[in-house]
Write a protein that binds this ligand. Structure first.
Ligand code: 2Q2
Length: 322
């Protein structure tokens, strides 16, 4: 009898143990637009590992790459509603927080150092504060991105060559304004729909950093990378403020520290990626086209200045003066 009781007690404990290993106290549903090959996803995996190990399993992170939780805009809405928790987002936040448009201004940053100085300094803090205030999302980490380049099936060297090119852009008002002014026909569309739209010729072009061009295999449906380098920018990994703050302080610290580890990890991957991407896309058969960048910059500028509100203009001028 005693033996039997003991056995069931042991069994019970074992079962309980198994159960607590399964059900964490907090689950973070982290969805983003890039696929598993992209360094954003590898960084997200690092975050998951760190958070789960350092919280002793009290936090579980579930990753959903390739817009499995919905498009970038959908996931932002879901985080606000509480049905998702984290994502990777940037200039699309302009739809809520006007200062996030600084992540979409063509030719705003001279180089990587200029960008780092802005993001790590007062300008970055101002943008982050407005993001928190207007979206209820908290930036936990940021990743530098390669410059956005235009892909197409005919070479584009000058704005005149655009000639009404049907171009996909993310859901970023400033991108629409600028590409219209340059002479293209921009359409906002979710990232996961772009490949098929290019394949079916509904679209003729898209623009993105080489990293996403490669991981999304756009080389299969686009022949040219036109080196417009039009937007040099960065992106935030964000978490819903409510989701973060409902965790005890010590777990919030685990999340924040894991995000910093992820940021350093991603930055190494980014540097490696930059030295590899152009050759990789050439090996896959894409042709790189030198572009009259000055002509693009000159034609884009009035559209930018026209689109910026006084508040945005002040921030833009501060970036230029940095
Ligand atoms: O083309 C895309 O969808 C991305 O490269 C976007 O730049 C990015 O997701 C922005 O929409 C960030 O908010």
């Amino acid at each position: 009898m005693i033996k039997k009781l003991l056995t069931s007690a042991v069994l019970g404990t074992a079962l309980l143990g198994a159960q607590s290993a399964l059900a964490a106290d907090y689950t973070l549903r982290f969805g983003h637009l890039a696929n598993e090959q992209n360094i954003w996803h590898q960084a997200a995996e690092k975050f998951k590992e760190e958070v789960e190990a350092n919280s002793d399993g009290r936090i579980e992170v579930r990753l959903y790459p390739s817009e499995q939780l919905g498009s970038e805009m959908d996931v932002i809405n879901s985080i606000q509603l509480g049905t998702a928790d984290m994502t990777i987002t940037g200039e699309s936040l302009q739809n809520w927080a006007p200062k996030a448009a600084m992540m979409a201004v063509p030719y705003a940053f001279r180089d990587s150092d200029h960008l780092h100085a802005a993001v790590n300094g007062d300008i970055g803090s101002e943008i982050e504060e407005q993001i928190i205030e207007r979206t209820n999302l908290v930036p936990l980490a940021w990743f530098e991105r390669g410059a956005r380049e235009l892909t197409s099936n005919r070479p584009i060297r000058t704005p005149d060559d655009l000639d009404g090119l049907r171009l996909r852009v993310p859901n970023v008002p400033l991108f629409v304004d600028v590409w219209q002014a340059l002479g293209a026909r921009p359409t906002p569309m979710a990232f996961s729909e772009v490949f098929t739209a290019l394949q079916q010729n509904t679209l003729e072009g898209q623009e993105n950093p080489l990293s996403l061009i490669e991981s999304a295999s756009f080389n299969e449906v686009q022949d040219y990378v036109n080196m417009t380098g039009h937007v040099r920018s960065w992106i935030y990994v964000v978490i819903g403020r409510n989701q973060l703050e409902k965790m005890p302080e010590e777990l919030q610290d685990v999340v924040r520290e894991a995000a910093q580890t992820m940021q350093s990890f991603e930055s190494e991957l980014f540097d490696e990626d930059q030295t590899r991407l152009e050759q990789e896309l050439k090996d896959r058969g894409m042709e790189f086209i030198d572009v009259d960048v000055d002509a693009f910059a000159e034609k884009a500028r009035p559209a930018v200045l026209d689109a910026l509100t006084p508040e945005q203009r002040e921030l833009f001028d501060a970036i230029q003066d940095l």
